[in-house]
Design a protein around this ligand. Structure first.
Ligand code: ATR
Length: 280
């Protein structure tokens, strides 16, 4: 029997997950098809109900539903619950379980592809949405000494800083216009862009969240945006001499972790990485 895994989001035309997940299933000879289940908000509940069928192994969840699916699931992992977002659903005999693989994917890319060890380092996060929440919790668990969250909507940054509240770690929320942003950037070891600024197809396509003069040249500049591969932020960071890391490795590693949750088999990460690169 052919089984199915879906990607739930709206719109889905820019996603490369179908390409690299299908490459992994095919490589291992698994009779599984990865499909784009583009879903409008009013149909979200119906799409999830349909996932209880034995032919459905599970799904990935992407923008704008990572938070909205939580109350529709039977079980949510501790990490996904804390982050407040689910990116992976597994159908366990008709019961839907939610997970979040963004944090582990982010850390694996940081360590392996960025050669950066976060322990006792000072980090600045741009953004306070679902991606920033996963990254914030992952960095705290990895032992950063301080975390500054800068966001356009200050209340969202404050809510994330409060949720992250960890003893001994300086967690600060700042609006973009605050003069302390410049100081935090100057003193940081790691800058992570968790906003969608620069993303192809978005209203901020072609833009950088930071002008060149504010980019810390001694830091690792990590952009979660993977399309384009070299974002305006990364291009500007390169120009000032900073080390850079793009979002593609994280995308593939979070997908590989999802693959392992659905199949129980080790993911063929190299196959997935090559397929993702080809699809971009
Ligand atoms: P995701 O799940 O991918 O994190 P999200 O929850 O919609 O998506 O979060 C998007 C992030 O990008 C937010 O931090 C958002 O800022 P707001 O909280 O103020 O909305 C940020 N963002 C998106 N477009 C932006 C722009 N043009 N300028 C600055 N920040 C932007």
């Amino acid at each position: 029997m052919t089984r199915f895994v879906g990607l739930i989001g709206y719109p889905l035309k820019h996603s490369v997950s179908p390409a690299f997940q299908q490459a992994a299933f095919s490589h291992l000879g698994l009779d599984i098809r990865y499909e784009a289940w583009e879903t409008e908000r009013r149909d979200l509940r119906t799409t999830l109900e349909g996932m209880r069928d034995p032919s459905k192994l599970g799904a990935n969840v992407t923008v704008p539903y990572k938070e909205l699916v939580l109350p529709l699931l039977d079980d949510v992992s501790r990490d996904a619950h804390r982050i407040g977002a689910v990116n992976t659903i597994v159908n366990r005999g008709g019961m839907l379980a939610g997970f979040n693989t963004d944090g582990p994917g982010f850390l694996k890319a940081l360590l392996q592809d960025g050669a950066f060890v976060p322990r006792e380092k000072r980090a600045v996060l741009l953004g306070a949405g679902g991606a920033a929440r996963a990254v914030g919790f992952a960095l705290l668990e990895a032992g950063v000494s301080s975390l500054t969250i800068v966001n356009r909507t200050p209340e969202r940054a404050e809510a994330l800083a409060a949720a992250l509240n960890a003893p001994g770690v300086g967690t600060v929320a700042l609006p973009w216009a605050d003069e302390r942003v410049e100081t935090a950037l100057k003193g940081c070891d790691l800058l992570v862009n968790c906003t969608s600024v620069g993303l192809k197809g978005s209203s901020a396509e072609g833009q950088s969240p930071l002008e060149g003069s504010l980019i810390p040249r001694h830091a690792l500049v990590y952009d979660l945006v993977y399309n384009p591969v070299e974002t305006p932020l990364l291009a500007a960071a390169r120009r000032v001499g900073a080390r850079v890391l793009g979002g593609l490795p994280m995308l593939v590693y979070q997908g590989a972790a999802s693959f392992e949750l659905w199949t129980g088999k080790p993911a063929p990460v190299d196959i997935m990485m090559n397929a993702a690169k080809r699809a971009l």
